[in-house]
Structures are given as C-alpha cells and as structure tokens.
Design a protein around this ligand. Structure first.
Ligand code: CA
Length: 98
C-alpha cells in the first residue's frame, strides 16, 4: 500500500488523519480529542484504557499528547489491518469534507 500510494501520498494521508483527530486549540492529539474523534479511525469501541494506551505508546517526548510526528510514527507501527480500515475511513471522511 505504501508503495502504491508513494511515500508522499502516504504521509499526506497520515497528516490528513492527524488533522481529523487533533484538539484544535492545542494542535495535538490529546486523550479527549482522540476519544471524541476515534470513531473516524474505526475505533469507536475503544475503551478509555485503550485510548490511554495508544497515547502512551505513541508519546515520545512524554507530554501526554501526540504531535504530528508522533502520530505518524505510531500509525506506521500499528497493525496492517488497522491501517487498511483507517485509511478507508480517512478517505471517506475527506470525501465527505468533515
Ligand atoms: Ca508527545
């Protein structure tokens, strides 16, 4: 999939996904913003613990939130299945112009 889209297209897509999930005031993904928008990733059934776990997993600098780079890195590391479904949802969300 990465090959097919090309690295630039893939990064652009991740960036679009990032923007769907951020807390607009802070410009980063927080527990609240992820919880609120996780349905966009197909993760509406995520528990609070899982959301916390995902944030902890991706948080490199330890500020408790995910910036663009941290989010992209985390997405690369997540399972291929999740990437596949979230990619589809991202695209649908973009087409629908949230
Ligand atoms: Ca961080």
């Amino acid at each position: 999939m990465v090959e097919k889209l090309g690295a630039d297209g893939f990064m652009q897509e991740l960036y679009n996904g990032f923007r769907l999930l951020i807390d607009e005031e802070k410009g980063v993904i927080t527990f609240e913003s992820l919880k609120k928008n996780s349905a966009l990733l197909g993760l509406q059934d995520m528990s609070d613990d899982e959301v916390r776990c995902m944030l902890r997993e991706g948080d490199v600098d330890g500020d408790g939130a995910l910036n663009e780079m941290e989010f992209c890195t985390l997405m690369f590391r997540l399972s291929p299945d999740l990437m596949k479904s979230s990619r589809k949802l991202f695209l649908e969300a973009l087409v629908n112009d949230f």
